[in-house]
Design a protein around this ligand. Structure first.
Ligand code: MG
Length: 351
């Protein structure tokens, strides 16, 4: 008998296959003029009647971790999936599945984190649901948030800036929008969320130096839309930057070349990854965005990012190239290697 494995939920190739064979087969292919971005695009959000809509279930283990908790994560994750489309997140829903016997103090702490994150981002939680299941039927607490958003007020300006430099007719910032010559920016140090969770969970002890980057990014994103010239954005969650770049490469039909030495990463995360034998590019982030921008605007977007607290370590890591296939990294020692799409995130249950 075939069974679901952890890899089916790990954000890589195995999960993509499951979604293709079951979700898209059953729910995809709908013809409806109101659908602006369909399920089949498998982008960060869908768009229906100009409403940007997304949902995300949160099962992180442990529920409290260095730098955050399941509450912050559930609010920030959904806000970010809406914001990266070029939309302004308007409101969220939150549905809780709680295991019988769960501590009311911990529940209160999580809900308080959600309140703080939603206030900071200016995105209210306006509807929800609470279910309790018997002991053992779920682990502690799972939270599903959904969100809606509308086109950001700077999105049209952003698109006009793109059109100054190349042919472009898209309404939203989609995975399929990349074109030859575009620059790729990573908004800050990678790998922090996944490594913080793994280290804390397994007791490796790196967590004194490494904290999760979990944060809502809608305010940072609003600043760079104002600069303009952005063609695509994605939050590199499960499967990390490697997964984001491979999805872009496949959906846009372009190659992407990146330079290892430009990838922003802290010493602590780099040495933790070396010790644990994991690839930092494959690790999930929760407070970062990867941005594709026309080359003429790349420096302006970069300097706007660097003025924000979340984007202070942003760098230009690479270039979109029609002449190559897949994602290729120029290594620090001067070699080249293919950055494969990860089979799944190396760290399970990070979000
Ligand atoms: Mg996303």
């Amino acid at each position: 008998m075939k069974r679901i494995t952890l890899a089916h939920g790990a954000g890589g190739e195995t999960m993509q296959r499951l979604i293709g064979e079951h979700i898209l087969k059953n729910f995809g292919g709908i013809k409806n003029k109101k659908i602006g971005v369909p399920l089949d695009a498998l982008d960060d959000s869908a768009v229906i009647d100009d409403i940007v809509f997304t949902t995300d279930g949160h099962t992180v283990k442990p529920i409290f971790f260095p730098g955050g908790d399941i509450g912050v994560l559930s609010v920030a994750g959904t806000i970010n999936d809406i914001a990266v489309m070029g939309a302004n997140p308007l409101a969220l829903s939150a549905a809780f599945i709680i295991e019988e016997g769960f501590s009311i103090d911990d529940y209160a702490r999580i809900v308080n984190s959600m309140r703080k994150t939603s206030r900071y981002a200016d995105v209210p939680i306006i509807t929800g649901d609470t279910k309790v299941v018997e002991k053992g039927a779920a682990e502690k607490i799972f939270i599903t948030t959904s969100g809606v958003g509308k086109k950001h007020e700077s999105l049209e300006h952003n698109m006009r800036e793109v059109k100054k430099y190349r042919k472009f007719n898209e309404k939203w910032l989609l995975d399929s929008n990349l074109g030859d010559g575009d620059k790729i920016i990573v908004s800050g140090n990678i790998g922090e969320h996944g490594v913080a969770i793994l280290s804390f969970r397994e007791g490796y002890g790196f967590e004194s130096k490494i904290k999760s980057d979990v944060a809502p990014l809608n305010k940072m994103i609003a600043k760079i839309l104002k600069v303009g010239g952005i063609v695509a954005m994605k939050d590199p969650t499960r499967g990390g930057v490697a997964n984001t770049l491979n999805e872009w490469s496949q959906k846009s039909g372009v190659g992407i070349s990146i330079m290892e030495e430009e990838i922003p990463i802290s010493e602590a995360v780099l040495s933790a990854c070396e010790m644990l034998g994991i690839e930092p590019l494959n690790i999930g982030n929760e407070g970062k965005v990867v941005i594709a921008v026309v080359k003429e605007k790349a420096e302006d977007v970069l300097s706007a990012l660097r003025k924000t607290p979340e984007g202070k370590n942003a760098t230009i890591v690479g270039t979109v190239r029609k002449s190559i296939k897949g994602v290729v990294m120029e290594t620090v020692v001067g070699g080249k290697r293919i950055v494969e799409q990860p089979v799944g995130d190396p760290v399970p249950r990070i979000c």
